[in-house]
Design a protein around this ligand. Sequence first.
Ligand code: ADP
Ligand code: ASP
Ligand code: MG
Length: 452
Amino acid sequence: MQVWKFGGTSVGKPERMHSIRELLNNDPSRKIVVLSALSGSTNALIAIGEAAKAFDEAQASSLIEDLKTHYNLFIKELYATSEGLEKGQEIVDTEFGFIKSLVGIKPFTIKQEKELVAEGEILSTKMFQAYLEEKGENSVLLPALDFMRIDADGEPELATIEEKLVTILNQYTDRQTIITQGFICRNPREEVDNLKRGGSDYTASLIGGAIRADEIQIWTDIDGMHNNDPRIVKRTFPIRELTFEEAAELAYFGAKILHPSTITPAKLRGVPVRLKNTMQPDAPGTLIANQTSDRDIKAIAAKDNITAIYIHSTRMLNAYGFLRRVFEIFEKYKTPVDMITTSEVSVSVTIDNSENLDKITADLREFADLEEHDRDQNIICIVGNFSADKEGIALKVLDAMKNIPIRMISYGASEHNLSLLIHSKYKAEALNVLNERLFYYEDAMKDIFTAP
Ligand code: ADP
Ligand code: ASP
Ligand code: MG
């Protein structure tokens, strides 16, 4: 069995849903199909929630009407028969009725907000299942809320998910296509919750791991993981193969094509992940698995909104125990540390969740001196095969960065990652110069040598 996930743009137009049906039918394997909300829908639902929170009823109603109009037009092109359209209309009317009722409850709580944003995936999957039914396909829709579970920290409960999912799937062994929602889940209070923005990738991987799928395919709007951010850098290209470790680093450090946690469940069970382009299904895409290919430097990614904290020990020397005390504070506030650099008496760390920054710095000041922290920093992460015997990698990276101020460098923690901390105003320049120096070295040299 395979798990195929289609993202927002891949379901964002009626003709794209038609193409998904063709893609499914062109491949004989049984599949669990995970769908995102139609592109733009989650953002629109969040905006509706914001209006409701601000008690702006007129704005909330007008946004709901706009979104409903979009869905009304969508179903007109999605279905070919009057029965199909009738079913589609019933889905849209029911879900929008629910959306209106949610927004009407005052005050508008986080619980309602989560139920509201879940409607994007609930609509897309119901509409797609009704389309497959119209075409007489052998499919069924399984609500993700029946098996996707997170714990109090928002982390998926792997054992529970597996147990529930396997039990449910046993009832549908006769179905060729099993559809479910990405992104949404239930929390320990049994309320509707989600796996955070972009979470449908994570759903696919959690399902793929739970059922030990043959393969997880993430279908999106680009032909695989590129070597650099295609939204910022001009000359990027798809990477054919990545190891789980390399892909995990890229996703965690900002390659938006994958939710940061996507790789973990797949890697745990050794299930290969293939990134494919819905608009170009014949393109090979990227295969993420155990194998390595020889290229030293594979890709670059950038993680935004980083805060750097600079901590100095108040005792001068032999301050063993200092690091433990520092990290206990981050643990206390459940704040992951991304980069660390140390000297004899100082340690600098970066975090991307600055929700508890004030509390963290106040606690640190009880036993350490702090320099003013820097917000608006960026981690540039260079990923590849940097095993200990490889030489010259840091030289190439630092040479490319020679005109950009670097605040921190981290190298050697894993064999796959070299990270640099810079101010975010240099992000685009850093990604571009690194791209030219690391992937188009010969071109860069040619320019130098042929320059007048
Ligand atoms: P989906 O809606 O299918 O989940 P996303 O928008 O979340 O799609 O992710 C795909 C987008 O990720 C691409 O359109 C591209 O602009 C962006 N992206 C950022 N970094 C990379 C990268 N290194 N390789 C490929 N795409 C990337
Ligand atoms: N619809 C959700 C979002 O926009 C989840 C996803 O698309 O992966 O974040
Ligand atoms: Mg996505």
